[in-house]
Each structure stands twice: as structure tokens, then as C-alpha cells.
Design a binder for this molecule. Structure first.
Ligand SMILES: Cc1cc2nc3c(=O)[nH]c(=O)nc-3n(C[C@H](O)[C@H](O)[C@H](O)COP(=O)(O)OP(=O)(O)OC[C@H]3O[C@@H](n4cnc5c(N)ncnc54)[C@H](O)[C@@H]3O)c2cc1C
Length: 230
């Protein structure tokens, strides 16, 4: 549709769509954790996780500096909050600091539970270090300065082992789709990069094989647009 001020080009119809209970966009620590937390907290429901490049691409693998959490004996979230505000010199969002300090220990324990291997002392405790403005031993590392890479590795392995999560790589999310009445997000459009059939990565368990149509549509794609919806 064209007006004197604006030219609109209608997008072609999607060449395939995939339905899911939850669609997660991105495969860094945020996306992988969200997908895993959903299946851990529910008994049924499928997740489709789309990511614009390979599963491993993103900032998470580059993070080197470790994770601060009040885990040491004698340390506590309030002390963590105080140190963070002092170091932030008034620039920190109080709500964000509160979440960081109070939920950090549980989040770190959760990462350990899904398989992330943090550095340990000879006695087997977390090898927490004291850095920056922290006045307690509070920073957990993995592989020295490879903390993000270890978190990415562990989360990826956990996602790939999960039957209810389907991963679609090389799929760039373009727009969210909204319900016209409620305005709630009900899907997304994707630009799938490369000329090949829909490629998904999921564990092929008993009775489920790649290409099995019970996994949802497994359509040949001859254009580069697709949709994910619920
Ligand atoms: C060099 C470097 C060093 C760092 N060091 C530290 C550190 O020491 N300590 C620390 O706490 N933090 C550090 N960070 C920050 C930390 O890495 C990030 O805060 C964290 O990884 C963000 O996680 P995320 O999942 O939000 O993003 P990412 O890990 O970047 O994941 C984003 C994902 O979304 C995908 N994506 C993006 N757009 C689309 C789209 N349109 N469609 C589909 N997929 C899409 C990407 O491909 C990627 O998979 C560092 C970052 C960098 C770059």
C-alpha cells in the first residue's frame, strides 16, 4: 500500500509456521535459562527457541569476570547491596540491585544444578574471590576467566537434552505478532537464513526422530520467511 508519505511492501506469506506454548528468542544465558526454567516449572508444554546464528553465538561466552553472589559464610545479600550502591556512586537502579543481591545466590545454585562447573577450593567449596568494590569473598569463576563460556556450555547441553525444547538456528526474529483484541504477544515472524529445509536441533529420543511429523510441521522452505506462534 502506498501513500504520498509512506511506501509499504507486503511481506510474502510464511512458507512454514511452528506452534509452541512458549517461544524464546535468543540463546545466551537469558534465553537458554528461560527455556529451561519453563520446562522445569511445568509438566507439559513445548518451547521453541529460535536464535539468529548458531546456538553458541552471543555475548555470554565472552563474559570473563565471574558472578557475584553472597554465598560465603557470614556474607549476606544486604552487605552485597550496600557494596554495590557504594561502588555505583548513586548510579545504580535500587530495584535492579535488590534483585541481583537477593536472587543471586539461588541463581548461582541453579546454574550449578544444571551442570555449570565453577572453580572450587581443595576442600570442594566455591572458590569465591574478592574483587572491585566487594568487601567480602563473593565472585565465583569458572575455568579462571572462562565463566561465561562454561555457563553457555552447561546451559546448551541442558537445553539439547530436553525433549520439550526445540531449537531453530539461523532464524532472525523480525517482529512480534500481537492479538488484535488484547494486544498480547502471540507469535513472531522469522527470517530464516540460508537455503535449506527447516533445520531444528533437538534430541532424538525414543519415538521421536528428526523429521518426524509428530514434532510439528516439517515443511520444505522455498522462501525465507517463517513464523512461530502459539
Ligand atoms: C567481551 C565481553 C565481556 C563480558 N564480560 C562480562 C563479565 O565479566 N561479567 C558479566 O557479568 N558480564 C559480562 N559481559 C556481559 C554478559 O556477557 C552479558 O550481560 C550476558 O551474556 C547477556 O546475556 P543475554 O542472554 O542477554 O545476551 P547474549 O548472550 O548476547 O544472547 C543474545 C542471543 O540473542 C540472539 N539474538 C539477538 N537478536 C536476535 C534476533 N533478532 N533473532 C534471533 N536471535 C537473536 C543472539 O544470537 C544470542 O544468541 C561481557 C560481555 C562481553 C561482550
Amino acid at each position: 500500500m502506498t501513500s504520498s508519505r509512506q511506501t509499504r511492501i507486503d511481506a510474502p506469506a510464511p512458507t512454514w509456521t511452528v506452534g509452541a506454548d512458549v517461544a524464546v528468542i535468543g540463546s545466551g544465558v537469558a534465553g537458554l535459562s528461560t527455556a529451561l526454567r519453563y520446562v522445569q516449572r511445568t509438566e507439559r508444554g513445548r518451547v521453541v527457541l529460535v536464535t539468529k546464528d548458531r546456538l553458541s553465538t552471543g555475548s555470554t561466552s565472552y563474559a570473563q569476570g565471574g558472578i557475584a553472589a553472597a554465598m560465603a559464610p557470614g556474607d549476606d545479600p544486604v552487605a552485597h547491596m550496600v557494596d554495590t550502591h557504594l561502588a555505583g556512586a548513586g548510579l545504580c537502579d535500587p530495584l535492579a540491585v535488590h534483585v541481583l543481591a537477593t536472587q543471586g545466590p539461588a541463581a548461582l545454585r541453579w546454574l550449578i544444578g544444571v551442570g555449570a562447573e565453577f572453580d572450587r577450593t581443595d576442600g570442594g567449596d566455591l572458590a569465591l574471590t574478592r574483587e572491585g568494590g566487594h568487601r567480602a569473598d563473593r565472585v565465583a569463576h569458572a575455568g579462571g576467566d572462562a565463566t561465561g563460556a562454561e555457563i553457555q556450555r552447561a546451559l546448551q547441553a541442558a537445553v539439547m537434552a530436553e525433549e520439550r525444547i526445540e531449537v531453530i538456528e539461523h532464524a532472525l526474529a523480525l517482529d512480534v505478532l500481537r492479538d488484535p483484541d488484547t494486544f498480547a504477544v502471540v507469535g513472531a515472524t522469522l527470517h530464516v537464513i540460508g537455503e535449506r529445509p527447516r533445520r531444528s536441533r533437538r534430541r532424538a529420543g525414543p519415538g521421536r526422530r528428526p523429521g518426524d511429523r509428530r514434532n510439528g510441521p516439517d515443511l520444505r522452505r522455498d522462501h525465507q520467511s517463517a513464523g512461530v506462534h502459539r
